[in-house]
Design a protein around this ligand. Structure first.
Ligand code: WT7
Length: 649
């Protein structure tokens, strides 16, 4: 992606072998690689046996109709039972499942027994509302325990949850509800962010004005702010869930029963509904959570500092940790509310031992300075994780030293919404860590770096990352669009999964991820499609044409830079219009998609076939010398664009 800085280079050459202590007691040792290499399917079967199945499977993998995989064929289990009841039945009901902390400082401690009871009540409420197995339920919530309770209640009755990140707009929510055909929305009046209540219900009301599949809206009271109410449709969570019995017997579903849909950005404007199913998904999230983080359920306090509204939250706040009977921390708000040491205060208060977060956050902490974490006792930490984008070696070292006290291994986990669980990552008791590299395919996972023709490349050559074998937690399809599923992931290289990431292997065979190779940006670890932002911009009456690129950004990884051509009538609008366009994108997609910069230009660089040359725009946005302009229809276009720049970069 970007040039490595010299400090980064020095950092990248350092090595961190596991301590003897960790290597000696780690959940998995070097032998797992061997085991998985010799008998890949047998290895995944062992992983599946860590779960409780009502009925054993007849076949581990059915790959007779690629790329449509079936794992643990014929097996039956209940995902919520595996996350809850079985731990209570085994005598761990009093163990804390979540130490929840609200942004204003209110806290809740929820044990496995309490969580089980709450989920049973919510499941009974869903049934009373006529939700059936296979129905889709939209969840649009802040980071509160009810979000997890709602997800597990769906899983318990076989309904398919579709969580929409609370930062998404009414438009984004509406299109997802329509695409999924959701029959119910679970939301809250609002949540706390940056020290103030932030409303959610108005977006739901707005979205439902444009959709027709939803029968009811269940509203959790969190902020007590005023909400508009549609009689007959809207119900308070406290009423409808509160009056239910806390007994509910979980029914087992097929291993391939759909568990959830999670929308993610692709290369077109329409987000893809990634479908995950039950048995294979839970197998791999539970096993990776246990192996990658060396999770010890009796002693660890585990914290994924991410939002439940993303796949990281699904797999490593909810399903993985609960399946492994972890004690987790869940925090509602932003890291600097009310002060920049909030996270470290939480680590100190709960004695967090394992922390998992994104490089963008680590770089923000770097900016705030090491004095902030130094003011807290972080000695409980024993392992750190990173996810969402490549972690630059400098940030890796900072994390290692100033958060991990020089003693905690860092696992840099590469995976995607589509993969469901970790795919390339070091193992803490095994791997000689290399800052900046995700290093090794997880046992039972096969990854390669290939050229455009799908031929495996020699070491130290940049190419494309592919996954050559199906894996248990892989997406099963794009909701309602099998063709798009095939075409997006499985057409370019035939029988191999195309991840969309550039990569190279070094001389040790370690994999370095180099960022997206498609028109997808990675902003603070969130995937945003350039096309999606472009179509939001051209939907504005003042905009004739738009081109969007991701420009490297010291904090967020990439920042969104938009080039727009205005319609004739709007030609002379300046600052005000730019502000208005930024707002417009926030409204259409959400604050995360709001461009860092919008440049009004007369023309866009295009090839003779009419394709916008984003590469050149990226050069401009990153203040670089222009690359090759010879394929442009009119090379003077770039001069015109550059003239516009001084004020904007
Ligand atoms: C894309 C997937 C995985 C959950 C969060 C993001 C990038 C993710 C890493 C990493 C380098 C990474 C890739 C990938 N990515 N983790 N450790 N090193 N790149 O999920 O929104 O589906 O995005 O995030 O580009 O394709 P997502």
């Amino acid at each position: 992606m970007s040039e490595t800085h010299s400090q980064d280079h020095a950092a990248a050459t350092r090595r961190f072998p596991p301590s003897e202590e960790l290597a000696g007691q780690a959940n998995v040792g070097p032998d797992v690689y061997e085991r998985a290499a010799q008998d890949r399917l047998g290895f995944w079967e062992d992983a599946a046996r860590r779960l409780t199945w009502e009925k054993d499977w007849d076949e581990v993998l059915d790959w007779s109709n690629p790329p449509f995989a079936k794992w643990f064929v014929g097996g039956k289990l209940n995902v919520a039972y595996n996350c809850l009841d079985r731990h209570v039945e085994a005598g761990h009901g009093d163990q804390v499942a979540y130490h929840w902390e609200g942004e204003p400082g209110d806290t809740r401690t929820i044990t496995y027994a309490e969580l089980t009871a709450e989920v049973c009540k919510a499941a009974n409420a869903l049934l009373e509302l006529g939700v059936q197995a296979g129905d889709r339920v939209a969840i649009y919530m802040p980071m509160i325990p009810e979000t997890i309770i709602a997800m597990l209640a769906c899983a318990r009755i076989g309904a398919v949850h579709m969580v929409v990140f609370g930062g998404f707009s009414a438009d984004a929510l509406a299109s997802r509800i329509t695409d999924a055909g959701a029959v119910l929305v679970i939301t809250a009046d609002g949540g706390y962010r940056r020290g103030a209540p932030s409303a959610l219900k108005p977006a739901v009301d707005d979205a439902l004005g444009r959709t027709d599949s939803v029968r009811n809206v269940v509203v959790v009271k969190r902020t007590e702010q005023d909400v508009a109410w549609t009689e007959g449709r809207d119900l308070w969570w406290d009423d409808v869930v509160g009056r239910q019995s806390d007994q509910h017997t979980a029914e087992a579903f097929d291993a391939e029963h759909p568990l959830y849909i999670m929308y993610t950005s692709g290369t077109t404007a329409k987000p893809k509904g990634i479908l995950h199913t039950s048995g294979g998904y839970l197998t791999q999230v539970a096993y990776t959570h246990w192996a990658t983080f060396d999770l010890k359920p009796d002693t660890d306090v585990y914290w994924t500092a991410a939002d439940v509204g993303w796949v990281t939250g699904h797999s490593y706040i909810v399903y993985g940790p609960l399946a492994n009977r972890a004690t987790s921390v869940m925090y509602e708000g932003t890291p600097d509310t009310p002060h920049k040491g909030r996270w470290w205060e939480i680590v100190q208060r709960y004695g967090v031992t394992i922390l998992y977060t994104a490089p963008t956050t680590i770089r923000t902490f770097m900016k705030w300075g090491e004095d902030v974490p130094a003011g807290f006792d972080l000695s409980s930490l024993r392992l750190l994780g990173s996810v969402g984008e490549p972690i630059n070696p400098e940030a890796w070292l900072w994390y290692h030293e100033h958060i991990g006290g020089g003693r905690c291994p860092i696992v840099d986990t590469w995976w995607q919404t589509e993969t469901g669980a970790h795919m390339i990552t070091p193992l803490p008791g095994v791997t000689n860590l290399k800052p900046g590299s995700a290093q090794t395919p997880f046992p039972g996972i096969s990854a390669k770096v290939v050229d455009d023709e799908g031929k495996e490349l020699p070491d130290d050559t940049t190419g494309l990352l592919v996954l050559t074998e199906p894996w248990p937690s892989m997406l099963r399809t794009i909701w309602g669009d099998d063709e798009r599923y095939k075409e997006t992931y499985w057409t370019r290289f035939g029988d191999m999964y195309f991840a969309g990431d550039g990569a190279k292997k070094d001389e040790d065979g370690d994999i370095w991820l180099l960022g997206r190779v498609d028109d997808v940006m990675n902003v603070s670890g969130h995937r945003i499609s350039t096309t999606e932002v472009e179509s939001a911009l051209v939907a504005h009456h003042a905009v004739a044409e738009a081109a969007v690129v991701g420009a490297s950004d010291p904090t967020t990884g990439q920042g969104i830079v938009a080039f727009v051509i205005l319609r004739g009538a709007a030609e002379d609008s300046g600052e005000e219009l730019v502000k208005e366009l930024r707002l417009h994108v926030r409204r259409e997609i959400g604050p995360i998609a709001s461009p860092r910069q919008i440049m009004v230009v007369q023309e866009l660089p295009k090839t003779r076939s009419g394709k916008i040359m984003r590469r050149l725009l990226r050069d401009v946005a990153e203040n670089r010398e222009l690359g090759d302009v010879t394929t442009l229809t009119d090379s003077s276009v770039m001069e015109l664009i550059k003239e516009k720049l001084p004020s904007s970069t």
